[in-house]
Design a protein around this ligand. Sequence first.
Ligand code: PLP
Length: 365
Amino acid sequence: PTKDRVFNFAAGPATLPERVLAKAQSELLDFGGTSMSVMEMSHRSKAFDGIIKKAESDLRELLSVPSDYAVMFLQGGATTQFAAVPLNLVEPGDSADYITTGSWSDKAFKEAQKYCRARVAWSGKSEKYTKIPAFEAIEQDPHAKYLHICANETIHGVEYKDYPTPINKDAVLVADMSSNFCSKPVDVSRFGVIYAGAQKNIGPAGLTVVIVRKELLGKAQPVTPVMLDYKTQAEGGSMYNTPPCFTIYMCGLVFADLLEQGGLEGIERKNKEKARILYETIDVSGGYFRCPVEKSVRSLMNVPFTLENSELEKVFIEEAKKEGMVELKGHRSVGGMRASIYNAMPLAGVKKLVAFMKDFQARHP
Ligand code: PLP
């Protein structure tokens, strides 16, 4: 790696593979002999058509997306999908179940209430969002049209290790995978809709990937803005209007890089190893560092932790920064620290962090 690049533990926008950035840099002024940058290109050009098609086919290969699913590259962030999901899947009087395991699924639930009878089938709020419910604990409405989950809560650090199934066999499972997208293999066929903002695991901000089972297209509420209508977007190849061309290109480079590394099984193994050494360091610290999340559902991507002596947290974050490890401050709503260790965080970054943690504990007993 370049000597002066920091280890960036930000939750998103987040660190990207240096190989990918270097490739983008090498093509910045002249993409593929076009003598122009991807940023300057018509989205209807042959060169861009090649870029978006390759990005889609590489993503399909990575996640083994079945052919009866549409893959869309949209704008508006995952937050826009909080509205798009109910607008596309249900009518205003329909019921939809939400499992609220943290801030993001809670936001999704609150937005959905505007467009349907959204209800909470389980909430982790009273336990400070440190758990994922057992299947039996989820109080599903047998008439709900879909069950919505957040696969990985970026702020609270809880992650599903297995997914629930809607009890209504005509209902579909919907998942916000923003912060663990492409971090491990996923059986796409279990879901009706998967959506993910790009700016954590797969690229810069500005793109939201939406994967939808095709039989769900064409049922949007009449008031649905055309930009949010999955059918329009799927049929238009994500080009009903001008798509986020450069971000799509960057994500395409990341997908190609993940394939070159051998795909998501290997990526998951690496992510597990990084998470293991970090949680282990927290757990063997004798309570000096603490992670509130139940062990079986700890996130492989976002590791929240606190210091027993909370006054030292500021010192910890400042000292780490001086050592070239940045963005370790926890989300403003929960405080403490958070290390986001997405795909692009090298093992060396986590090793450096845990060595620093041990040293910090020794120096500030
Ligand atoms: N869902 C999750 C799990 C997130 O981490 C985020 C983070 O920003 C969002 C949704 C919101 O995404 P966006 O900012 O792209 O709208």
